[in-house]
Design a protein around this ligand. Sequence first.
Ligand code: IPD
Length: 259
Amino acid sequence: MTTLVGVAESLARRAGLTALEGRRSGDLGESAKSSPTDIVTRYDRLCEREIVDGLVSARPDDAVVGEEGASRPGTSGVEWHVDPIDGTANYFFGLPTWSVSIGARDTDGPLAGAVYLPVLDEMFTASRGDGAFLNGVRISPRDVTSVADALLATGFGYDPAARAAHGRTVANMVGRVRDIRRLGAASVDMCFVACGRLDAYLEAGLNSWDIMAAWLVLTEAGCLVTDFSGGPVTAAEVLAAPPSIHRGIMELHDAARTA
Ligand code: IPD
C-alpha cells in the first residue's frame, strides 16, 4: 500500500511537471483573484484538478480542501490541504521559488506532506515521527544561536492594510537580524528554514494549504512552529525557527510590532 507521504510526493511531482510545461507554453491564462496583485493562472486550476483526481482515486475516503476551490468531505478523519502552485506570482514572473504543496492532517495535526519545487527539482517530504527529507536526504535547521546572526524570511499576504502594517514591523526588525528575505512562497520559506537555508520565518494571514505540508517538514526537522505568542500555530500567524532562536525572534517581532 502506498504511504500518505508517497501519495503526496507522487502527486506533487506530477502536478509540478504539468505546471512547468504550462510555463514553457508561454500562455498562462492569468487573472486577478482577491486583489489585482493576487493572481491565479490556468495552471493553478489544472494542477489542483489533477491532484484532487489523484487523491480521490488513491484515498477515496479522505477529505480534500484546495486553494482554487476544491472542497470534498471525507469519512476517514484524514484531510488533505492542497496548494497547487504556492507562489503564483513567482511562477508568473519566471522566478524559481514556487512549489506544489500537499499536506495531510488528522485531529492531532499534520500527518504527511510534500513540497515540490519543480524548477529546482527539489522535493521536501515528511511524515509524522519519521523525520524530514530533501530529495531523500534527512534535513535539519542551521545551528544558529543568536537573533543578530539570523537570516529571516517573511511574506506580506494580499490585504493592503495588513501589508502596510507588516512593512512597518519588518522595517523595525531589519537592523536587528542578519538580513530579511521575501522569497514569495510560504511553503518554500518554511522548508528553507527546515534545511538551514534560512533561519526563521514569520507571516500572518496565510491559509491551511500554504502551511500544512511545510509545517510538518519543519517540526520533523526539529524546528518550533507557533503563532506569534508562542501558542499553537494557525494559518493566521506562523512563526518558525529552531528552538535556539525561536523565543528571541518572537520577542523581537513583538517589540517591532508595537514600536
Ligand atoms: C502566497 C505565497 C506568499 C505569501 C502569501 C500566500 P499563493 O501563496 O505563499 O509568499 O506571502 O500570503 O498567499 O497565493 O501564491 O498560493
